[in-house]
Design a protein around this ligand. Structure first.
Ligand SMILES: NC(=O)c1ccc[n+]([C@@H]2O[C@H](COP(=O)([O-])OP(=O)(O)OC[C@H]3O[C@@H](n4cnc5c(N)ncnc54)[C@H](OP(=O)(O)O)[C@@H]3O)[C@@H](O)[C@H]2O)c1
Length: 179
């Protein structure tokens, strides 16, 4: 069954990018993509991808070869330039409706929420986020793009060390809506 997973690198103090959207503090560190909770094992199970406009713009400008092979939904209200060769769908549609399309497209594989944090939070708000997986870099940034700017209750499912990172996989706890 398809899970919807927010999988990301983060600083110890809960930022996924610096204020000026640099990832130097993250991508420069030792990490084995084939190792514990590594990217290669994760992406092999992914069938559809979601990301916000800032994340997409960063990828397009800094690492255009990175976009995964499967269908990728980019949430934006703007007319952003496409990346040649990538299977992209730009959308500002209702998040629940897009999620249903993503689950169908994923064909039983997982839905990967790349970020940013508020987009992951929008999935969580709708009860559509199943897991949060973080690789915690040994650094604090003090400010930046937030990991998950919501209160979301989590349960630890797995933890491991991978290179310089501590990796934790959490299940999102669904709390009943107050009457
Ligand atoms: N550490 C990591 O592993 C990691 C992972 C992912 C991202 N990042 C970085 O973290 C930063 C995240 O940036 P960010 O916080 O600005 O988040 P973001 O989600 O990448 O971009 C936010 C933008 O997405 C659009 N958007 C969000 N929700 C939408 C919705 N429901 N409908 C339509 N459009 C929507 C809006 O742009 P419009 O103005 O176009 O509507 C919004 O301003 C970036 O620098 C990225 O590179 C790091």
């Amino acid at each position: 069954m398809s899970r919807t997973v927010y999988y990301t690198g983060t600083s110890l103090d809960g930022f996924i990018a610096t204020v000026d959207h640099s990832l130097d503090w993250l991508v420069s560190r030792d990490n084995d993509p084939d190792g514990a909770m590594g990217y290669d094992g994760f992406i092999a199970g992914v069938g559809a991808v979601a990301m916000g406009a800032t994340t997409y713009t960063w990828v397009r400008d800094h690492d255009p070869g990175w976009v995964p092979e499967g269908p990728t939904w980019v949430f934006t209200h703007r007319d952003l330039p496409a990346l040649p060769g990538a299977d992209l769908r730009f959308t500002a549609a209702d998040v629940a409706q897009v999620h249903a399309e993503m689950v169908a497209a994923a064909g039983g594989k997982d839905v990967y929420v790349v970020g940013g944090g508020d987009l992951a939070g929008q999935f969580a708000d709708l009860g559509l986020l199943d897991e949060v997986v973080v690789a915690i870099a040994p650094v604090t940034l003090g400010a930046g793009a937030p990991l998950l700017p919501r209160r979301v209750e989590l349960e630890v499912l797995e933890c491991a060390r991978n290179g310089e990172f501590v990796c934790v996989r959490y299940a999102v706890r669904r709390t009943p809506t107050a009457a």
